[in-house]
Each structure stands twice: as C-alpha cells, then as structure tokens.
Design a protein around this ligand. Structure first.
Ligand code: FAD
Length: 367
C-alpha cells in the first residue's frame, strides 16, 4: 500500500508543510475541523520581513501595513526603537491563510474542511503512513500520541477599533507585571485606520479579559479609543514553550507550529518558526519515505537551527516577567542611556536574537 501523509490542521503551519511536500513530489491530505478555512482567523500577524522571506509563500497581497519601530513602555518610561527601513509587515491573517491554501493545492495537496480528526481515526491515519499534527495549541495529535504537555500558555484578549494609530508604523508595547505578567499589552496599527489593542497574560497569573478591560480604561488608551466600540474582539491561547517530543518514528508522527510549541516566548509570534519547522518536517517525511533518513531527524534539525534563539527568547521573557514594573521603567532609562535603543534599531532581529548578536560582532570586530 502507498504510504499516505495526513496533516491535521489547515493553519499556516499545516498548509506550508503540505505545499513543501507537494514540491518534493508527495501529495498530502490536509484535514481541518473548520468548514471555511481561515475564518475566523483569531490572531493578528506582525511578521518580520526577513522571516517572511523564508516561508516561500507569496504574501504580497496580504500586507496591510509596514512597521518601522516600537515604543516600549513601563511605569511611564519609554524606549523608542526606530529602524531606517520597514522591518516588519502587518498581514491580514485570512489572506495569508488563503495564500498558503492556494499554494498547497497548486502543489497537489487535498484540503478537506469540516473534518475533526481525533481518537481512533488518528491511529488509522498513522497506520497508513505519516501524521503531521498542525492542529494548534491544544493539539489532539500531541495528546493522542503522548508527545508531552505544553509547558505553559499565555491567555490573550484582543480587539480592533476603527481608530487612527498614534504614530503610523509604530507598535506600542506596555509592560506591567502587576496587571498582565508573562507578556504585555499592545497597540498595533493593523492599517492606517484600524488599531488593534491586545493583551497577553501568563495563564498562571491572570485573566486576559479582565486585564484587557482595565487596560482600555487607562487614560491614554481611553483617549485614543474615544469611546468607540470594537469592530471585532476575542480571546485566544498561545503556547509558550516546546513539548518534550515533536517527532516519533513509530508510529510516524510529527508536530509543527503551535501544536509543537514553536512560538517565541517574548512575543507569542509563531508563524515564522512554525512555518520553517513545517518546511523541515516535509523534508524529513521525504527522507523517511525514500529511506535516506528518519522522521525523528526533524527534531534535532529544528533544535540545531532554532534551539539557541528559542532559549534566548525564553531567557528574555523570564527576565522581564520576574521584575517589578518600577524596576523595568528604571531599566529602560539605563538601557536608553547605554544606547540599546539605537542598537536594537540598527541590528534588531525580531525572530533570531542569535543572528542579531552575530551581525553586531561581525560588523564591529571586522576592520
Ligand atoms: C492574539 C494573538 C496574536 C498573535 N500575533 C502573532 C503575530 O503577530 N505574529 C506571529 O508570528 N504570530 C502571532 N500569533 C501566533 C500565531 O497566530 C500562531 O503561532 C499561528 O497561528 C500558529 O499556526 P498553526 O498553523 O500552528 O496553528 P493554528 O493557526 O492554530 O491552526 C490549527 C488548525 O488546526 C485545526 N484543528 C485543530 N484541531 C483539529 C482537529 N482535531 N482536527 C482537525 N482540525 C483541527 C484548527 O481548526 C486550525 O485551523 C498570535 C496569536 C494570538 C492568539
């Protein structure tokens, strides 16, 4: 019998895996519980331009805004990080999902909606070949095949308002460990006249909905929103940390994207790491099918490429989550005085802090 490749979840990670498999000559079947894929897309998308270029997806029709910097706030102190050129795009997530879908289908994938896969059906699909779990933070594939629990979760609440941003092209980030420990609150100009307001809090320390309600009562935020009602809002989960196992040889199961926990703990961003993991997973499936490698090679390859960056993101997140907000405000002043704002503007890398340091040392140590 011909070996089948079944992908559970038609989010960006699952669809990028399907597209890459098609390019490698393997036609995968993607299942999703939703009837209309990509709707509702419960997240915004700020993606680094450098990271986007690694996904191999034509995202040109999905860009709604360009970002050149961020203002980082804590206890009334601000660090202003500016780049000379756009470093990130805000993408329409539905359009991005549609682009991934169309490219997967153009490369031979079959995408089947309204099909929730769990339990015995997972065993059947794994018995027929390889299963790729791309089924998000609360992964049925990971639980069914005993691939470890997610080490932590951030609860988020976000809403969009028809309001102009304070400064176009700039994201405002607010840190306050007393109110929303574990991540931050943000104001992001999704487009010129659509402002996203969001908050993320470690599930051990708070309730995102309550923290959000308090945050929008903050005098400055209240003034910006000017009493308007949100045009959309909702609460979502972000995994923070990788599961202990992301690949099994027997039965053949791989996890990609949020299902694996391939998310930056500093920001909750998972599309770039998850998409790149999906490309690596596809290659491991190809190697497994032609006998030149094992499925579990995927795990070591992913950690070789991204392990240091994920460890650095995790250390930064632990550092800012463990100090008082007043201390963080004072730290911002010290960092500004040391020129860290300029350093981040020039060398900053939203995804890969290891490359940021490498670029800095290469440029400054070379004569
Ligand atoms: C508020 C918020 C803001 C964010 N902002 C950013 C950002 O700016 N930049 C960034 O990079 N990331 C961001 N993220 C993270 C990003 O949304 C995720 O990392 C990304 O969506 C993960 O993609 P995925 O394909 O792994 O999983 P998902 O997008 O969660 O897709 C999983 C799919 O699996 C399907 N599914 C689940 N279970 C089953 C089942 N049993 N059977 C069949 N189908 C199933 C679901 O219907 C879904 O379509 C944000 C997340 C949140 C919550």
């Amino acid at each position: 019998m011909r070996s089948e490749v079944s992908i559970i979840g038609a989010g960006t990670a699952g669809l990028i895996a399907a597209k890459r498999l098609g390019e490698l000559g393997i036609e995968a079947t993607v299942y999703d519980q939703k009837r209309r894929l990509g709707i509702p897309v419960r997240a915004s998308g700020i993606l680094s331009i450098s990271g986007l270029s690694t996904l191999g997806i034509d995202y040109s029709g999905c860009v709604t805004n360009s970002l050149v910097g961020a203002n980082v706030h804590a206890a009334g102190h601000v660090m202003r990080i500016r780049s000379k050129r756009p470093v990130a795009y805000v993408l329409d997530r539905k359009r991005l999902n549609d682009a991934c879908h169309d490219e997967a289908v153009a490369n031979g994938a079959a995408v089947i909606g309204s099909r929730r896969i769990y339990g015995a059906e997972l065993d059947r699909l794994a018995g027929n070949g390889v299963v790729i779990g791309a089924d998000g933070a609360v992964s049925a594939v990971a639980s069914h095949f005993g691939m470890g629990a997610s080490p932590g979760m951030v609860l988020t609440w976000k809403a969009e308002y028809e309001v102009e941003a304070l400064e176009d092209g700039i994201v405002e980030l607010f840190f306050d460990n007393a109110a929303y420990r574990g991540l931050f609150a943000w104001l992001c100009p999704n487009s010129r006249d659509l402002l996203e307001v969001g908050i993320g809090v470690d599930s051990r320390y708070g309730n995102a909905r309550k923290s959000f309600s308090k945050f929008i009562e903050h005098s400055e935020v209240k003034r910006i929103l000017g009493g308007r009602r949100p045009v959309s809002e909702g609460g979502f989960l972000i995994p923070t940390g990788m599961r202990s196992l992301i690949a099994r040889d027997s039965p053949g199961v791989l996890l990609v994207g949020d299902a694996a926990g391939q998310v930056k703990p500093t920001t909750g961003g998972g599309i770039i790491f998850g998409g790149n993991a999906a490309i690596m997973a596809a290659q491991s499936v190809k190697n497994h099918l032609d006998g030149s490698g094992k499925l579990s090679d995927y795990s070591s390859q992913f950690m070789r490429r991204y392990g240091l960056d994920l460890a650095m993101h995790s250390a930064i997140n632990k550092a800012y989550s463990s100090v008082g907000t007043g201390f963080m405000g004072r730290a911002i002043d010290v960092l500004n005085a040391l020129g860290v704002d300029g350093f981040l503007g020039e060398y900053g890398d939203m995804d890969r802090p290891s490359l940021m340091l490498k670029r800095f040392f290469l440029r400054n140590l070379s004569v």
